[in-house]
Design a protein around this ligand. Structure first.
Ligand code: HEC
Length: 240
């Protein structure tokens, strides 16, 4: 029975592993949930460049705005483009069947993507779109081979191409002056986007970290009192 479960587990996980198995030298990624400007910028980029295709159907605008310290009126004016209310889930109107025809696969919901793939994978994915004339949309990706998603951040990053030497194409370079951002600016934008998706995959992680700080403070204060009390007791014992 145990074995059967294990096999089922392996079979279910198969496609995710297969797609993420790549020889691309991954750049590391470390999320930072205390960095509010980064999370806010990630949310803004997400609403502008991703939400049209990818919902976050387990996440509400209100909670996101509150967690990210964005006042509700500013969130409604600048981040909710769907005419929804602040209490609404972050959804879109992407038709599932039609989008499969358009892209070869429907854009999946991304609420859990950094847990299914890993934040590192998502970060590298967003940075490694490159020109590939053999693909229907003229674009491919280094960590998701033959991906159906268009290169939606092209205007920011510019035209990125493979650089090959001796048959190995393990380097990418952007054509000078084709994007509105420098390489560093683009890296920082994709960092913020990934950081935001990292937060979305488990919003309570933010709470836990905040609460954790209070718990530590409480323990330190309690420790001081315990120490003083201890000293008080021993003063009497040693004092005669
Ligand atoms: C025009 C529609 C469209 C837009 C806009 C778009 N995507 Fe996608 N995305 C897709 C499609 C389609 C797929 C599925 C690709 C496949 O399976 O081949 C996908 C796949 C993905 C995946 C891989 C999911 C998985 O685990 O398989 C990630 C991550 C992702 N998109 C992130 C983003 C982010 C971040 C943005 C915004 C910067 C974005 N996408 C904007 C269409 C879009």
């Amino acid at each position: 029975m145990k074995k059967l479960l294990l096999v089922l587990l392996l079979v279910c996980q198969g496609p995710a592993w297969a797609a993420s198995a790549s020889t691309w030298p991954m750049e590391s990624f470390k999320g930072d949930l205390q960095n509010m400007p980064s999370l806010q910028n990630g949310f803004k980029l997400y609403a502008n460049y991703c939400l049209g295709c990818h919902s976050l159907q387990f996440q509400r605008y209100e909670r996101t705005a509150d967690d990210l310290a964005i006042p509700h009126d500013i969130a409604l004016k600048n981040l909710v483009f769907t005419g929804q209310k602040i209490g609404g889930l972050i959804t879109n109107a992407m038709p599932r069947a039609a989008s499969k025809d358009w892209f070869g696969a429907s854009p999946p919901d991304l609420t859990m993507v950094t847990r299914v793939r890993s934040p590192e994978w998502v970060y590298n994915y967003l940075n490694t779109f490159y020109v590939d004339e053999d693909r229907p949309l003229g674009v491919n990706n280094k960590v998701f081979a033959n991906v159906g998603m268009p290169n939606v951040l092209l205007e920011l990053q510019g035209v990125q191409r493979e650089v090959c030497a001796e048959g190995h194409c393990d380097h990418l370079a952007v054509d000078n002056g084709t994007g509105t951002m420098t390489t560093e600016e683009f890296k920082s934008a994709t960092y913020d986007l990934t950081n935001f998706l990292y937060y979305v995959s488990e919003p309570s992680r933010l709470d836990r970290q905040r609460i954790g700080i209070y718990v530590l403070l409480f323990l330190i204060i309690l420790g001081c009192f315990t120490y003083l009390l201890n000293r008080e007791y021993w003063k009497d014992v040693g004092g005669h």
